[in-house]
Design a protein around this ligand. Structure first.
Ligand code: DGP
Length: 109
């Protein structure tokens, strides 16, 4: 598995402003926010993408992401995970985007 910046963040080797952490995952603000609220929830284990991860971890990540969305975006929010080239994935370490704080368009680009 290739080393990624998210692996370093998950191991605490790169400092980020942690918004949440537990034994399975950590959450922090996206460096390039696409909405007033744009957070990332990543597993500590370096799964490459959603297909690579087990159901228990995926469920936990979604649960944490939904909780952070509800806490930070009272008007609603969107949870996204991009996978592969066509999905627009740029970091090969599973991550759930939490987007909100404005009206989000649909369909996405
Ligand atoms: P994706 O395109 O779905 O793989 O999203 C990757 C996101 O990760 C993108 O929105 C930018 C964000 N990102 C990349 N590098 C860093 C970093 O070093 N720190 C933080 N906080 N976010 C990063």
């Amino acid at each position: 598995m290739a080393e990624t910046i998210f692996g370093k963040i998950a191991r605490g080797e790169v400092a980020v402003s942690l918004l949440y952490e537990d034994e399975v995952c950590v959450a922090f603000p996206d460096i390039s926010p696409q909405a007033p609220v744009h957070l990332l929830v990543i597993p500590r284990h370096p799964f490459e993408d959603a297909y690579d991860a087990d159901a228990e971890t995926l469920g936990h990540l979604l649960h944490v992401a939904a909780k952070l969305g509800a806490q930070n975006c009272p008007g609603g929010f969107r949870l996204v995970t991009n996978q592969g080239k066509d999905g627009g994935q740029s970091v090969q370490h599973l991550h759930i985007h939490v987007l909100g704080g404005r009206q989000l368009a649909w369909p996405p680009g």
